[in-house]
Design a protein around this ligand. Structure first.
Ligand code: SAH
Ligand code: DHB
Ligand code: MG
Length: 221
């Protein structure tokens, strides 16, 4: 589902509050040149993640799903000089492009990219005591969205923020509930509802990526 007016409005927003940015433009160009899927967050969501990290004073950020590092760069730019962002990526080809983009954006010292399946890496992060994280951005394989929320809840503290991307997926989450990606989102929302450690909402979004939505959770206990 899309409507050309959503793109017009997104362009109008970008022209005013999201200046053109060489590092982010180059990151998308490298991703396209490498044949990576063009599913990074749109600029308005990237800026939102950056503002959210700054508003909450995040010093430690966990990202699940790096792709080419587009959202990573937005988030890393919000960190103080002694901050740290761990980002998890399964596909070595994506990770290679991401490393290049992250270095070229000048945030290489803040970012620790780990290549592997997130469900293998997350227990290592827990065992190594690398949490708690102030902000977790979940944006990897959709069928594991609920598993990533469970890990996020274990790796955060009261006051931490959890963002889950792609909750709505053009309406498919509700229209095609047996689809594995839908299952991940449905179970993610059921866990959000049932777990007393988190209070949450979902904001539906429209724009260049069509109709979607993201979950925003606050860890409360
Ligand atoms: N956050 C990125 C987009 C991520 S797209 C941005 O907005 O710029 C989803 C990414 O998750 C893809 O690169 C995909 O390879 C990765 N992924 C898929 N399965 C994964 C897994 N099991 N563990 C870690 N990453 C995974
Ligand atoms: C897909 C992944 C995403 O993270 C996203 O924001 C949109 C689409 C996908 O794999 O189709
Ligand atoms: Mg996404």
């Amino acid at each position: 589902m899309s409507d050309p007016r959503w793109n017009d409005v997104e362009a109008w927003i970008r022209e005013r509050v999201i200046p053109d940015d060489d590092a982010l433009t180059a990151a998308v160009e490298r991703a396209d040149a490498g044949g990576l899927p063009s599913v990074q967050v749109d600029p308005t969501m990237g800026k939102f993640l950056n503002l959210l990290a700054r508003m909450t004073g995040a010093q430690r950020i966990l990202e699940i799903g790096t792709l080419a590092g587009y959202s990573t760069i937005w988030l890393a730019r919000a960190l103080p000089a002694d901050g740290r962002l761990i980002t998890l990526e399964y596909d070595p080809e994506h990770a290679k492009v991401a490393e290049e983009n992250i270095a070229a954006a000048g945030v290489g010292d803040l970012v620790d990219l780990r290549v592997g399946a997130a469900l293998d890496e997350l227990p290592r992060i827990a065992e190594a005591g690398e949490g708690p994280f102030d902000l977790v951005f979940i944006d990897a394989d959709k069928d594991n969205q609920h598993n990533y929320l469970a890990w996020a809840l274990d790796l955060t503290r009261v006051g931490s923020v959890i963002v889950g991307d792609n909750i709505v997926r053009g309406g498919r989450t509700l229209e095609d509930p047996e689809n594995p990606s839908s299952q991940g989102m449905l179970r993610f929302m059921d866990l959000m509802a049932a777990d007393p450690r988190v209070d949450a909402t979902v904001l539906q979004t429209v724009g260049s990526k069509g109709w979607d939505g993201f979950a925003l959770g606050l860890v409360v206990e």
